[in-house]
Design a protein. Sequence first.
Lengths: 436, 499
Amino acid sequence: MKLNGKTAEERIIEKHQEALHNGFHTWPSLVFDRPPAMGDARWTSDLILSTWMQAEKGKPPDNGLEYRIGRSGGGFDALAFKYLPREQWIPEQEVIDTSIPLNRRPYDRHISIPIPWYGGGMSYGSVGEPIMLARAKAARQWGTFTSTGEGGYPESLAPFAEHVITQVATGMFGVREETILRAPIIEFKYAQGAKPGLGGHLLGDKSTTAVAKMRESVPWVSLFSPFPFHSVYSVEDHKKHIDWMKTIHPDALMAVKVSTPVDVDMVAMGSYYAGAHIIQIDGGYGGTGAAPEIAKKNIAMPIELAIPKVHRFLLSEGIRDEVVLMASGGIRTADDIAKAIALGADGCILGTSELVALGCTRCSNCERGRGCPFGLTTTDPQLSQLVDSEWGAERLCRFYTSLQWQLRAILRQLGLRSVLELRGRMDVLSYSRRDG
Amino acid sequence: MTMSDSIPFAIDVEQIPAAEAAIAGQTLSPNDSPDRRAPHPSPTIYHRYHLETGTVPDIVPLPPKFRVKVKKHRLIGMVVEELIALKGDIPVALSRPCVYGVFSRPLGGLTPREELCVGCLRCTVQFPDIVQIIPNPVRQRLGDSYVKSDYVETILYEARTGRVPVRGAGYRGAFGGEGWDGLWTDMSEIVRPTRDGIHGREFISTVVDIGEKPAFLRFDEQGEVIGPLPAVISTQVPFLFDTPLDPDRSTPLVPVLSAAARQVETLAMAPIASVIALSLEGLHVVPVIAAETWNLLEQLTWQPRMIVLDGWDREHFDMLRQRFPGCIVCVRVPMDTNVLDLVQQGVRVFHLTADYHGYVGGRFIMDLILQAHQSLVNAGIREEVTLIGGGGIVLAEHVPKAIICGLDAVTLDVALLVALQASFHGECTNRKTASFSFPRMDISWGVKRITNLAASWRDQLLEILGAMGLREVRRLRGELGRSMFQRDLEREVFGEELR
């Protein structure tokens, strides 16, 4: 029955959307203290609530919420900046440059982004179209990028093509010549930090008719992205892969996403020699829509330990300034971004933190039944409607504003006028591990 | 564990052979030889190792993970207000935020179904003044200080379903940590079997060999091997089942573990007193004998493939070798024992043990395994010796980590208790004094639970091996180059000056 021109389903969605928005606003104010069941060692309730607040207000909280570190006891949470004495800080009125180039080679297209991060791959299927659209809109607004992930390229993203990276992964789901030609950057996904060496897995419940159509598969059947690329068993094969994409789209930059094995430094160097412009290393504590718990915790090293290893090796090989190193897999805050850069990355790639900005509570039920009850990691026709892409884009833009403001504050307190000066400056960090 | 309704384990000894036979899908007669009871199928019949799994519900229901606290008068008030504001739009006013059915009873939030709550928090995000989701303290008290409540949940899930635990979102725990958590396993970006390989066409072997493995054989002029052939047992999985030595505590477990070992094609260690009392025999049964039970040896009327001597005693060791020629005599000693000394005295198979929390003399099992393995490597005899280790191995991930550190195989203990829904009475630490009890159960229920657990752990081992690009678990042993120790990486990356 229609009331005020709306169906019952539309009215129900409207009610819950409003209640959710109200909750995202109310909880960070701490009127009800912290939700007792929210958070974990990596994403504490404080980090989740402060991310919600940043996504609403565009600045970090000032009510006592800890918005910089979690309580994992190591990695980013054990790193701290050694700030200069206040009198040596750069004055507020001076502009601090946060832009980075995405191609450091002397040839090929030159692209730079005004903030040292872009959005990581989240496939259509693992998230719904409104989420992809929200991310693309925010990327355009900020002049940065988001990535399709492996599930295909919905046509609704086409207007944002200049800010959308097309991902090519082992299942080749949705990879077409037109989606390659559209992309300023093409990303090869070799591995994912949360499930290194295990490929991808979209559970049957989430392979809806729309998802199956996009992926050219059968609805409601689990989809595996195999591991590895069956055509790549060497750096030479890897180069051939990149050449293949360059043949289709000579103007595109090539990004390569790998995990963090023992020899991650050698892998990065191999990717450089194969022709990659961007090397993305995805740490073991990264996000996922579904992965075996044993893989998330135990396989491959955390990003904090991988970045310096790769950075130093590329330096020693004399190629550090010809390749862009992007870090992902557990980047939550502006402090994490700054620490990753100080450890040796050029910039970072965000995933989970964007979902948290959109209302994720990190409940880890992405893979269960209809998917995310907040409408994020789901393609369920009803649940997806809980997120409006315009609302989502606004929240992401405000979150970015807050991150950039904090990053500038960190640089100012370190006496640095550009984020480029921070790269590899481990001397501005101290490390003190404690039990999580 | 603090499950209520726990009562001492109750079994019918008469059930045992029949239960084993039923599980194996065959009929046993009293005259069947041990070989007849062997788990291994005929070599002429194609057999690909596979464990059948299925849902085996918990006997004692787990307490809900979350408590759902609803302020009922406020809820009623809100619904009334909504009905007025929405002008009687009942479908909208009564629509509920939970997609998991917590408010699916006719009275919705007034009678929440806590057992369905997964902690997504959508209800409390939407209505913070009406509903609160709280972690259930009863659930959080499961296990003990080492076998934490989330470990218990994981093991119970594995035993209930036989499946690999899979969840959304990234890792939620601490950054590395002490013990096993301070070790990460490697992966290969390009070289490995395909995803199909893990559970499909290509085969990754989890077989390990237990026994004496001399560096070479001697042959006479006719080309015949001089002396007896070395005894070796191949098990389909690199984990064996272990029970407490005290018969009062182990007797309830032995029938279940023995039948499960047969099903899984591995070995079950059991005190000789229980073996005799329950008339157990078979290729999958490994009697454990100690000085205090030595007099029971006479009652062991069949020849096992392997026997464990608990505690080092040269005289007893020699006597066992003489009495059971062709049988592997394994010596069980604490993990910090100097194995080289015993190798020089003829021991080739060790069962190295720590307490149930993985400690010996204040040192954790991981370092002790490395020490034992490395001492044999340095002496150039690692390939001739089998190291089995147990204590503190309570999660699937601990198996490959222990093997990477240098074990050939592990023994499971506390994880088996948890899978069978044991209640811990206090800390379950000391092998001799740890106290626990079981719910009333059928043997077949127990066997299926242990089989599920084994299948899940094996599949998780395949995930680890697959990620590394290894096609057999034997290659994983001592593969330290394919591991990453947190302490080493932090030292390498941050150096001393940063700490």
